[in-house]
Design a protein around this ligand. Sequence first.
Ligand code: 0RQ
Length: 496
Amino acid sequence: HSERMKCEALKDRITTAEAAATLIRSGMTLGTSGFTPTGYPKAVPAALAARFQKEKGCCINLYTGASVGKGLDGALAEAGAINRRMPYQTNTTVRKKLNQRDIRYSDIHLSHFAQEVRYGFYGKVDVALVEALEITEEGHIVPTTSVGASPVFISQAETVIVEINTRKPLSLKGMHDIYQPQDPPHRQPIPLVNPEDRIGTTAIPCDPTKIKAIVFTDLDDDPISFTPADEDSQQIARHLISFFQQEVMAGRLPEQLLPLQSGVGSVANAVLKGMSDSPFKNLVFYSEVIQDNVLDLLDNGTFRFASGTSFTLSPDGFDRLYANMEKYRNQIMLRPMEISNNPEIIRRIGSIAMNTAIEADIFGNVNSTHIMGRRMMNGIGGSGDFARAGYLSIFATPSMAKGGAISAIVPMVSHVDHTEHDVKVIVTEQGLADLRGLSPWERAESVIENCAHPDYRPALRDYLAAGMKEPGHTAQLMHEALSWHQRFEETGTMKP
Ligand code: 0RQ
């Protein structure tokens, strides 16, 4: 154990997962490591969920970086033990329970979440539970395959529990860059000017007296698999690449573009994959998650550097990373999500934000979270951080869902995550609408003619024509705006 637990004073804190879990009691708020199903604690949550299964009626608030593995939020949700959940999730049991209003879920911009925990907006964090590669001589904590919100949980919590995961190779050490901003009104500019800049430490500072339990484990993260890109997604990627080429020709983007951000989901994956077939080389990626296709893009020279807050890799992807650490060490950096998603940095470096919409309306508002206005899918994640502050903010979606029964281009979105003021470009497999500088009715024409599926274009044109007969600025029909969603709920299709 001495190779990974270097702090002499903490030797007597090494214990079992069951004993460590007794430090977490009903009514507490637990802040854990993990951002996407990687780098989250596994042994203590399993012991905790088993205990809560037996002791009925126990409940905790669970805060994480973003989504985590099913052994953490899924197992606790199955035990009926989650009261509040923040700030993002993708687990099926959690999703079901929050849509039944059994779990109180607050869907928060990821860049806001970390600082607002520090401001005390969400109450006290009783226990921070984090996965680590090692504990240093000083008692500082070296994270594993994600950083997420661990620095803020560790700094705020009274009690820290560390799971040292021996399955994660020590060669990951040095890939992290931990920096925590000061609080207002004395906040200094974050000294990150280039995406490659190292501005912090390789371990998360921690007062060692707060570390009450250390558990050794060798449990694996949940395996992640990716769906291969379908034809629609590949078409979206082609539209985007030709848009970037036009922007370079027009002098609005440099030849190496600007740092790219890519969201989660199958469409976002396909877009990144499509960059491999583009003429662009030596690009920089400043985003949240480093997926398998980012390794591909680094290997084939499309990217020269990638910054994120987590490695969201398949088992093969991890094998590749670990086998080539000396190469990737100079090309990849993991940061706290408060930095990866920080609007100050995103605005400074001029990020090209590419995120996915569930639906978009003809005026440019985007819904990324709610199905039919009511049912929560995942959450806003970091899409809003990048969309508002980016140089360009792009939203992609296939033009139809559910075999054509749903148009992803609607008169009015059933929930708004990204407003028309933040959305610069909408792209579907049909084409791309560049909304910059357009009036509401010009935007509507562009979205209908470029992005909507031909099956739905006539009905959208009729809607716009009727709206234009009403007085006002935006051609919206109050009595019809959500009638497409209502029709779907009543008849199973949005088609008239
Ligand atoms: O339903 O699961 O029943 O098959 O929605 O749709 O096409 O598989 O989309 O995997 O790309 O995810 C926006 C959810 C897209 C994701 C979203 C149905 C469709 C399917 C999923 P099924 P796809 P993707 C930073 C960036 C927000 C967070 C974010 C997301 C399911 O990208 O969560 O961007 N984004 N974070 O059939 C009804 C419609 C629909 C619809 C699709 N219009 N109406 N159902 N579906 N369109 C990253 C982080 O923060 C970690």
